[in-house]
Design a protein around this ligand. Sequence first.
Ligand code: BG6
Length: 503
Amino acid sequence: MRKPDPCVLVIFGASGDLTKRKLIPALYEMRETGALPTEFKVLGVSRRAKTDAVWRDELASSVKEHAKRWDEARWREFSQCIHYFAGDAADGAPYGALKERLARFDSESGTRGNRLFYLSVAPELYEPIVGQIERAELVTEGMRWCSINPKERSWQRIIIEKPFGHDESSAASLNRTLGRVFEEEAIYRIDHYLGKEVVQAMLVLRFANTMFEPIWNHRYIDHVQISASETVGVGLRTAFFDQTGAIRDMIQSHLLQIFAFVAMEPPTTISADDIRAEKIKAVKAIRATTAADAATHAVLGQYSGNAALGAYIDHEGVARGSTTETYAAIKLHVDNWRWAGTPFYFRTGKRLAMKRTEIVVQFKPPAANLFAGIPHASGVVDGNRLVIEIAPAERTRLRFESKVPGTPLSIASIEMQADFDKEFGVEPLEAYGPLLVDAMRGDQSLYKHRVEVEGGWSAVMPFLGPASSAARAGIASNYAPGSWGPAASDAMMARDGRAWHNE
Ligand code: BG6
């Protein structure tokens, strides 16, 4: 694997939660594994004035808390590459000094003019900051048509956090702004779910084995569930969440990315271009949901309170009478040769019964049932079920029917399990680490393409607009904390003769 290039990671939004809780601990972990370049600097940009030393001390306590391992001496050594720059990134004034600071890194630390900008700021600042980067001429060249040998020229790339837009048109506008300054090859739309081991392992499961691919289609698969349940509530993010909701926060971004890996055709190679080309096709094949279907193919909910925890609607920062969903379950169809007739169900929610992200592939029952009338522990011979648990456990489970030892003949469903931790004896890394290193290596395989993002928005728009008003009516407190969501969601599945996987 190619070593990442020397570079400066410029984090806009250095004082933010993401920087403290995720980015710096992830970089520290990556340094431990030897994955970072030797000539490497981090420059945090934020408005408040502080020295490098003060920022490093602040970061030390959060790395202690969030990184898998902590070693005082190693941190001290690593933290020497971390620096701070005070300035308002949306304003042009500080950019002269910022440029000088970056140039100094190049001459003193060999970072060779390579810059990785990270936008970890409020979404409304994305476009202003990209504009300032352009005006300050921090992006020195287009990559695609450049005549200099790629090994000799420096690069400038940008990582953009979610939410990427608020709807289809704002996402397209942000893409246009970015495209005026950066080549698509230099734009890294991050989704931390793509840094989770099991999402990539999906490629290996499907395409490095012979047994799954021949049956990975509508002839054998009844339906697929992609589900991310959380036990936490909205916490301190009420202001953000009330403007966003579960569909935008989780389905449009994370769950549709998982979908793309499940539904895509085999790529020609595992290069970023080939993988992204297939993901784009899968996302574009999602059927546009009609207004009539939007009312019956979605269930939205808001958690109620109990003796210990307040209801969503009562949280400070939540608008009066808010109909923002903390729970969403939607059904999508994919109109292509492989998936015609096999629905994909998406489900996510806060304050549910357990924290679990998983893919459930439910196979159809055997074509003919030879065992009708034979006792079965759970009632009937059902189709096989492949459950790919992404978090918190990283585990694949395959359910199949088996004879119960002894006579007379009887049947029970049993499971084979492959547990990543046990099998490989390694703890998964913080998802951001490998993604950051990929961006330093110029590998976009696990980043989203412009078309994927806009396609994802177009798939969920019917559930956000006026057609969703029926699903939103009566949403207030329609599910209890610790439950599996609104009863209407189970009813939606039951209408299709199916049930959510809650085991
Ligand atoms: C974030 C969402 O992107 O993902 C949060 O904004 C959510 O609302 C989080 O809690 C879930 O991530 P994970 O890795 O804990 O499943």
